[in-house]
Design a protein around this ligand. Structure first.
Ligand code: SF4
Length: 360
């Protein structure tokens, strides 16, 4: 991978973009939070012609998890003999009343796990605790959680339950692009998600919506190569899904990972921060595994309330750049996040804050 960071290679790809006869603005969305982090880490916007603008999309799992999921988890943590098992990033996402971290500070049993397998191990070692795993993420995470839940089911470990906030990307992109609320000229498709799904589920973007797109890896030369490919499609008036991450992504994806997902999950409607409820954009446990589902353990008591000044929803839909939020770098920073996009290193606000030295 070092060669794909070689400054001479990176510059030569950037020069290929600079040499294109672009006559007007081209707005390209990078969908994946990993791409967002890489774009700012390697200062790629500074290498692009002024016509090309990059905007972030709904591809950071922590960022798109809505506030009611956090609130639901806090309420579950208040139940007797419950341990909440969560990935670390979710701890600091603001809820209506508090974060999971603050709830933990008040004495609730909320533990950070490094993998879903850790949660299963913890449940087996603590049979008197009801361990509720907070499952967030896209197809890439869904297959690992599916493997864990399959083991729990096979072993009859009923004190592990899943609160699923898992989401699937094609339906979300379809909703975003068909809403026409965001003006875009091309998409950098999520490399990690495509590893599992393949490129086929994203074909509609080119064939139905006439939008250039390309799958990218995570190195600076990968991303610039994709931007070049998208600009070229735009110039030529051609629309296709170009797989520029062939060293990892296959057209049909990873069948084993896909089988693992469908063996325990079914498609369901899901609520996305910024995008709202989208049909068939989430994953819930199949009805036969209801005994492992934490969704209906309690009826939600509270009504979730967003911080109205936070513009995370607009950032996640590519409607504004992070620096356009009035709270950015003022009251909202990685040390004191006011919204989800400032929490995770894959969040657009956190990435811009960390790597961009001059704010607009
Ligand atoms: S700067 Fe903070 S408050 Fe504003 S959109 Fe980003 S995370 Fe939300």
């Amino acid at each position: 991978m070092t060669t794909l960071r070689d400054p001479r290679l990176v510059k030569s790809v950037a020069d290929r973009i600079l040499s294109l006869p672009l006559s007007g603005p081209i707005r390209i969305m990078e969908v994946c939070g990993g791409h967002t982090a890489a774009i700012y880490r390697y200062a790629l916007p500074s290498l692009l012609p002024e016509e090309v603008e990059l905007v972030s999309g709904p591809g950071c799992p922590v960022c798109v998890t809505p506030i009611d999921f956090v609130d639901h988890a806090v309420e579950l943590a208040g139940l007797r003999d419950v341990t909440i098992a969560t990935f670390g990033d979710l701890l600091r996402v603001p809820g209506s009343a508090c974060t999971l971290s603050e709830a933990r500070g008040s004495g609730l049993d909320i533990q950070v796990m490094y993998s879903s397998a850790d949660a299963l191990r913890f449940a087996e070692e603590h049979p008197k605790r009801l361990v509720i795993l907070l499952g967030i993420g896209f197809e890439t995470t869904a297959c690992t959680i599916a493997a864990t839940m399959r083991k729990a089911i096979q072993r009859g470990v009923k004190n592990l339950k899943l609160l699923s906030g898992l989401k699937t990307m094609p339906a979300a992109l379809s909703a975003l692009l068909r809403s026409h609320e965001t003006c875009l000229d091309g998409l950098i498709l999520p490399g990690h998600v495509c590893t599992v799904t393949g490129t086929t589920p994203f074909e509609f973007i080119a064939s139905e919506l006439n939008m250039p797109c390309a799958v990218s890896g995570f190195e600076p030369a990968d991303l610039l190569d994709c931007i070049h490919a998208i600009c070229l499609q735009k110039l030529e008036g051609s629309y296709e899904v170009q797989n520029r991450y062939r060293r990892v992504v296959q057209t049909a994806g990873n069948r084993h990972a896909q089988d693992a997902i469908v063996s325990v999950f079914q498609s369901c409607d899901s609520n996305w921060r910024g995008l709202g409820a989208i049909p068939c954009s989430g994953l819930s446990l199949r009805p036969e595994y209801a005994a492992w589902d934490a969704e209906h353990i309690l009826a939600r008591r509270g009504v979730s309330k967003e911080n109205r000044a936070c513009r995370c929803g607009d950032v996640l839909c590519g409607r504004i750049q992070p620096s356009a939020c009035p709270l950015f770098a003022k009251t909202c920073s990685p040390n004191s996040p006011m919204g989800a996009c400032m929490v995770s290193s894959e969040g657009a606000c956190a990435a811009v804050y960390q790597y961009q030295t001059e704010y607009a």
